[in-house]
Every structure is written in structure tokens, then in C-alpha cells.
Design a protein around this ligand. Structure first.
Ligand code: G3P
Ligand code: CA
Length: 254
């Protein structure tokens, strides 16, 4: 391959960035059990632009989708994911807590959530655990054939910076809800090669958006179920709005 085509290819795949739109928080979690395939499918039916989910690494090195590190709140049985094997975790019912019609819904493997993601849609994957998940994560996204549809977020600074190093073509955003020190953190995010910040919506104002624009960073927002707030964020130029109610908010924030 000559140098021109090599450069062209690099430019084309240099960044799988987020498309503008609404991100379903843990799937369509207002109606369906959070972080399940059912919640993701409902979000896609509601025409969400992306689905957000949370991941942990199990004792047997599988990546499973759940918000809490312990399974008690959503399954009724107490197991620590990092200390448990995936076959035991798969026995749990992660749907009944929301509604009897979801009885039998399983804690998903990340592979299932990626497979359920339609063409043209995106998956915002939050690393709730640390960098120990990165070897398995790289493997899962590479084998999925949908790597270009995956984005990554994390509250832990070192985790998101290392994720960007390991998956340099995928967009990575640092999560925070704090306003203090935000300006310095934005400069650090730029220096670390991150693509932007995913902020608690109350931290987002004109000043933040102006600095992000100057640095060439994207700003995403969480978690917004109020149409007036969604309109404010859209008018400020926020790229993605994370919501528990993607269909309803899309309709009511027009
Ligand atoms: O999308 C970001 C948001 O999910 C972070 O908070 O607690 O819902 O994971 P949490
Ligand atoms: Ca999350």
C-alpha cells in the first residue's frame, strides 16, 4: 500500500466517534429492567441513537453487564460479580425486580449486547471495574465485528486513559459530575488523547461548552429525563444526552 492510501485509511478509521443523539441509560430502563437485553431491545424499538451499559469482569474472565458490583439489588440474590463465575451469575433472574413480565431475563454478556446493536447505532460501554477488564474487552469488541459501534466511558481517570491507549480508534470519554477543577480536567483530557467528557448535566454551561469547543472535545450529558433540560443541553451543543426514557424524551424535547 502506498503512503497516500495508508494515510487515507488511517484517517478513515482514526476515530469511531459518537453520532449526535439520545443515549438510552442502561437501555430503556424506565420501562424495562436496566442493563438487560430486553432493555436494549426496547431502546432500539424506541429509536434511541445509542445504548449505555455498565460492565464488570467475572472470576472466569467474562464481561457481564450490571450497574452494581453486587447482584442483590436487581436479582434479589447477593453475589459479587468479580468473585463469581459467569455460569452461576447466569442462573439469576435480572428481570423480575422490574416487572413479572420480564421474569427469567439474564444478566447479559457484553457479547449479547453488542450483537443486539443494530447497524448505524452505538453502544456506550461504561467500565465500572478497572483496567483488568481491558484484555477481555479488546478481544470481545474485536471479535464482535462491530468495534466501530463501541464507545467507552469511565469515572476512573487511569481506567479511561488506559482504555484509550488500548483502543485508540474508539472514542473514550471521562465521566464526572463535579464542576470544581473541570477546566483543568478538560485540558488534561485533551493532553491524554481522550475524545471528550461525559458530565452530570448540572455541570454543563456555556463556559464549559466554549472551552470544550476550543479544545476540540465533545461533551455528553447524563442523566436527563426532563424535556426542558434536554432542550437546554441541545441548544448548548451537547453531543449526546443520556436518558432513561429515550422514546419519550425524543418526542417531548423536539
Ligand atoms: O452514563 C453515565 C452514567 O451512567 C453514570 O452514572 O451511576 O448511572 O453509572 P451511573
Ligand atoms: Ca452507567
Amino acid at each position: 500500500m502506498n503512503r497516500f492510501f495508508a494515510l487515507l485509511l488511517m484517517t478513515t478509521i482514526s476515530n469511531f466517534a459518537l453520532a449526535q443523539g439520545y443515549i438510552a441509560h442502561r437501555g430503556a430502563s424506565h420501562l424495562a429492567p436496566e442493563n438487560t437485553v430486553a432493555a436494549a431491545k426496547l431502546a432500539w424499538e424506541q429509536n434511541a441513537d445509542a445504548v449505555e451499559l455498565d460492565i464488570y469482569l467475572t472470576k472466569d474472565n467474562r464481561i457481564m453487564v450490571m450497574h452494581d458490583k453486587n447482584t442483590k439489588r436487581t436479582t434479589g440474590k447477593s453475589m459479587v460479580i468479580s468473585e463469581s463465575c459467569s455460569d452461576s451469575l447466569r442462573m439469576l433472574d435480572a428481570g423480575s425486580f422490574k416487572d413479572a413480565k420480564y421474569a427469567g431475563e439474564r444478566i447479559p454478556f457484553l457479547e449479547e449486547m453488542i450483537a443486539a446493536t443494530p447497524e448505524g447505532k452505538q453502544l456506550v460501554i461504561e467500565l465500572k471495574c478497572g483496567t483488568e477488564v481491558l484484555p477481555a474487552l479488546k478481544d470481545v469488541v474485536a471479535k464482535s465485528g462491530k468495534q466501530s459501534q463501541c464507545l467507552f466511558i469511565a469515572f476512573d481517570w487511569n481506567t479511561i486513559v488506559d482504555t484509550k491507549k488500548q483502543l485508540p480508534h474508539n472514542a473514550c470519554y471521562w465521566l464526572s459530575s463535579k464542576k470544581e477543577g473541570l477546566s483543568e480536567k478538560m485540558k488534561a483530557a485533551k493532553a491524554a488523547g481522550l475524545d471528550g467528557l461525559d458530565l452530570g448535566y448540572k455541570a454543563i454551561d456555556e463556559q464549559v461548552m466554549q472551552q470544550a469547543k476550543e479544545l476540540g472535545l465533545d461533551i455528553l450529558a447524563w442523566t436527563v429525563d426532563d424535556p426542558a433540560e434536554a432542550k437546554r443541553l441541545t441548544s448548548l451543543g451537547v453531543k449526546g444526552i443520556t436518558t432513561n426514557r429515550p422514546g419519550w424524551l425524543k418526542e417531548n424535547a423536539k
